[in-house]
Design a protein around this ligand. Sequence first.
Ligand SMILES: Nc1ncnc2c1ncn2[C@@H]1O[C@H](COP(=O)(O)OP(=O)(O)OP(=O)(O)O)[C@@H](O)[C@H]1O
Ligand SMILES: [Mg+2]
Length: 242
Amino acid sequence: MSGAVELMAGRPRAKGLQRSQREALVEVGKFAALLAHEVRNPLTAIRIDLQRVEEKLPPESPLRLQLARALREVERLDQTVSGALRIARSGTVSSDLVDLRVPLLRAIEVATPAFDQVDATLAVRGLDDAPVPVRGDEAALEQLFLNLLLNAAQALRPHGAAGVILMATNGHADVEVWDRGIGIDADKLGRVFDPFYSTRKEGTGLGLAIARGIVTGHGGRIGIESRPGEGTAISIRLPLAR
Ligand SMILES: Nc1ncnc2c1ncn2[C@@H]1O[C@H](COP(=O)(O)OP(=O)(O)OP(=O)(O)O)[C@@H](O)[C@H]1O
Ligand SMILES: [Mg+2]
């Protein structure tokens, strides 16, 4: 099994998790497989039908707006299922030598429109320095950072500020994703990593559950600090590759 990182809880590398957390993630995996089976295929059929109707509509038809909205919602559902599926499938992923700056920069690139949307600034520190080598799965690491960045963007008020800090010291890489957004009430902080816990209307509540799975799968740790009305900081520590 060498050359592979275990991401999925319930398998050996997830032993750093508490039993209840591990069980919760295993439940997510089962649920994801069920969702995929029950939702994916009909969703594809719906999309194809909607597209056929769209093609037949005259260009000026007012129904086009509604159709476009329906198609967007189908797309969103599909993404939700894909996210859940990623957990279910993530039992074993590659263990490549990755410069942590690469997935981090990609995630920043993908998340930038979300910050632009609220006219927010994203301050980036520590990414011009030397390479930060870790062992792991580049795509999963990008997903991890994207989930955190999107949460930060979604927590911001207009013209808010957020940032990313990368540091490598004493055998580990530290990444902090912070925002001066709405923050999280103390009594809710313990639940944010739970699968399907969400306070957002459009949220699936999988973002941080996946993030935690990816971090522990890479032999790392993830922590959160938050103050309502002031902001939130997520800290990740990953072992540096030797
Ligand atoms: N940076 C943040 N600031 C404020 N609240 C946050 C932040 N990150 C997470 N949360 C809280 O934790 C909840 C869970 O986050 P998570 O990313 O798992 O799910 P989500 O963002 O609601 O949905 P999804 O990521 O699946 O689209 C959020 O609904 C929100 O209440
Ligand atoms: Mg999220």
